[in-house]
Every structure is written in C-alpha cells, then in structure tokens.
Design a protein around this ligand. Structure first.
Ligand SMILES: *Cc1c(COP(=O)(O)O)cnc(C)c1O
Length: 395
C-alpha cells in the first residue's frame, strides 16, 4: 500500500484520517480511539502543562466525553464537569475524591438506594463517618454538623415518596458551617432546578435517566464549583477507572438533543395522569409535587417554578396480590425499576428498591404493598390512561 499523499509505502495498520473533502458530517463523530498520538515531545509537554488542548489516553478523557460534559455544563451553568461511567461512579467520585478517613458526611435519609448503601455500609470501611437526616428539616441538619463534616449530599425530590427537600434551608446551613453542598439533580434535572444557582458546590447526575433518556447507556456527571475540588474528583475518577466509553457518550449526546422536548411532554403526561389517578375510586393516594394536595406542594412551587417533572407515585386500595394483578393487566408500561426513559416505567418499591426494609420501616415512609412509583414517558397520554384503567379494573 502506498500513501498517496507522499508516494511512500505505508503499512496496513497505519491509521489515516477520514477524507471528508469539502463537506462535513452533521452528526458528531464517534471517536473510539483509546490512545492519542502527539506530533512531538514539545507538544506533549504543552498538553501536560495545560498550554495546549489534547488527549493522551481515553481513561483520562476523550472527545465524546468532553462534548457531552460541555453540553451538560451548559444546562447546569457549570464549567469543567466530568462525565463518568454511571451515576453511582459520579456519586462515588464526588465523595471519595474529596473526603478521607476521619471526615464526616451528612446524607438525606431517602437518597437513591445505592447512595444510601454508601452512607450506611461502605464509607465506614474507609473511615468516613456518616449521618442521615430528613432533608425537609434544616434544623436536624444543623444539629448533625460536626467540626469534621466535609459534605452534605441531598436530592431535591426524594425517591419514591417525592418529598421536596428544603433546599434554601439546607444551603443556608451549609454556607453557615462552611460545608460543601452536593446535590444529586437526577430527578429534577436542570429544567426543574439548577443547584449552582442556589448555593450548591457540587452537582451530580445519573445521565442514565432523563438526560440520556432512552435506557441504552449508563453514565454519570459531576461538576464542582471550586476548581480544586473538580481536579480532586477528576483525579480520583481517572485513577480508579470510573470514566465512560466513547460510544455511550455519543449515544447520550444524541439523547440529550431531545431532552427539553421529552421533559416537556413527559411532565405534561405526568400531570394529566396524576389528576386522572386522583379521581379513581381504587386509588388511595397520589403523590405529585405539582398537585395542591402534595405535602410539599408550596415548596415545590417555590423551588421548581412549576416544572414538577415526570415522576409520580400512587397507592391503590389493595394488597400485594392486587398490585400484582394490576401490573399484569398493563401491557404498555414496562414493570422495571428505572426512570427517565422515553417509555413509561412502573416500579413497586416494596418488592424492589425497598424490599430490604421491614413492613414497619416501609410504612413509616408511607410505602404500602399497594404503592407504585411511575416514571412517565412521552407516549400518547390516552394510551397510558387506557392502560391504567385496565390495571385498576384488575385490582
Ligand atoms: C439511578 C440514580 C443514581 C445512580 O445512577 P446509575 O446511572 O444507575 O449508576 C443515582 N441517583 C439517583 C437519584 C438515581 O435515580
């Protein structure tokens, strides 16, 4: 084989740039390269010293991750965010990159299940002390602060009972104590709430959910306001290999293009379904932050400005057998413990996310055997209503 540009022989393994001529692709290219060649030693020095932008090895960064991070940065009002291989790796990098043995973290008591497991089991093995508090009660948070407290980790809307945290009160306690506030913004998304505009120091996402939106990637995102924090999080993530694949970043970037449209539609569907469910005699309770009967409705209005999101929960008058019949009678809704997909998914916390609790523990949270959480998708709402109608008829 001959390199036509200089007529010298070339090997088959020599990689060559694609020739696009005078045209350009409209789709972001996917760049699967793990390694990046530099033109010379001088350029490598410039890269390592931050004088030139470039890549070396994909675990340290690659163009598809950069592009995705920049788009999420734009939504969150952040700079220098990092995309990670999952939402949990973003949570882990934020905590483990910034904290060490002897430090203390305070978490909300209804965090995402695996984040709660970090609080209750894993962090203690590394000498990091943990306390969980009710995020609707800033006084409890203030009382839990210790001299060695380094971080507060909260979610704005809790899973699955959709309680709304007192974000203003929490941010005030964090500022007064000089403790970093980290917000997992997965449920609310930057359309509902932008933590950096309200005193947060760190923003975390499970990009797997609404941002990517199609249940075909697991990715996370973490951004820190303080560049020193961002650097420590980045170094921990790269060292421990929490970084993402180019293909998944590429898919997520495509998903993100329709995120605002999907969010609008899913939210409108959720609002309509919440109101419809509330009028059904077999439904005992509906939880949707946009409804006036939600316990934190006023706070939701103040924090989310009417962008109440696509998540709703409801309980039927009935036991687990009735709930099971309901699931079986609804073919349109995937019975699956995720959220934020284009399709509606239904989960039953008592048999999935909260099965580890005693029935009394679940009851204390308001999770009965007839309690469902629904992540509403972008389908025609009439089809979803018909499905729910069939489900309720089987109760
Ligand atoms: C799903 C989820 C996570 C974990 O994200 P993965 O991408 O599944 O690792 C973290 N926080 C919240 C609020 C979530 O819903």
């Amino acid at each position: 084989m001959t390199d036509r540009r200089n007529d010298r022989p070339a090997t088959l393994v020599r990689r060559m740039p694609l020739n696009e001529g005078v045209s350009r692709p409209v789709v972001s290219p996917i760049q699967p390269s793990v390694v990046y060649a530099s033109p010379d030693i001088d350029t490598l020095h410039a890269q390592y010293e931050g004088r030139a932008q470039g890549y070396t090895y994909a675990r340290e960064g690659h163009p598809n991750a950069t592009l995705l991070a920049q788009k999420i940065d734009m939504l969150e009002g952040a700079t220098g965010g990092l995309v990670t291989g999952s939402g949990m790796s973003a949570v882990t990098a934020a905590i483990m990159g910034l904290m060490g043995a002897g430090d203390h973290i305070i978490g909300a008591d209804q965090l995402y299940g695996r984040s709660l497991r970090l609080m209750h089991q894993d962090l203690a093995r590394f000498g990091i002390a943990t306390t969980v508090v009710d995020p609707t009660d800033p006084a409890a948070l203030r009382a839990a602060i210790r001299p060695e407290t380094k971080m507060i980790l909260v979610e704005v809307v809790s899973n699955p009972t959709l309680r709304v945290a007192d974000m203003e009160g929490i941010a005030a306690v964090a500022a007064e104590a000089g403790v970093r506030l980290a917000v997992d913004n997965t449920f609310t998304t930057p359309i509902g709430y932008r933590p950096f505009d309200h005193g947060a120091d760190i923003v975390i996402h499970s990009v797997t959910k609404l941002l990517a939106g199609h249940s075909d990637v697991t990715l996370g995102y973490v951004a820190a306001k303080d560049p020193a924090d961002a650097k420590a999080i980045y170094d921990f993530a790269v060292t421990t290999g929490l970084t993402p694949s180019p293909y998944e970043c590429w898919l997520a970037e495509r998903g993100l293009m329709t995120f605002p449209l999907r969010f609008d539609r899913a939210e409108a569907n959720a609002r309509a379904l919440a109101d419809w469910l509330a009028g059904q005699p077999k439904v005992a309770k509906v939880l949707y932050p946009g409804r006036a009967d939600h316990p934190d409705h006023a706070r939701a209005q103040a924090l989310l400005g009417g962008r109440d999101g696509n998540m709703l929960s409801f309980a039927i008058h009935g036991d687990e057998a009735a709930a099971n019949r309901m699931v079986q009678a609804m073919p349109e809704m995937a019975f699956a413990p995720t959220l934020g997909d284009v399709g509606t998914t239904l989960s039953h916390p008592a048999s999935s996310s909260h099965r580890g609790l005693t029935p009394e523990g679940r009851a204390a949270l308001g999770i009965s055997d007839g309690f469902f959480r629904m992540s509403v998708g972008i389908e025609d709402v009439a089809i979803l209503m018909a499905d729910l109608e069939a489900g309720l008829a089987a109760v």
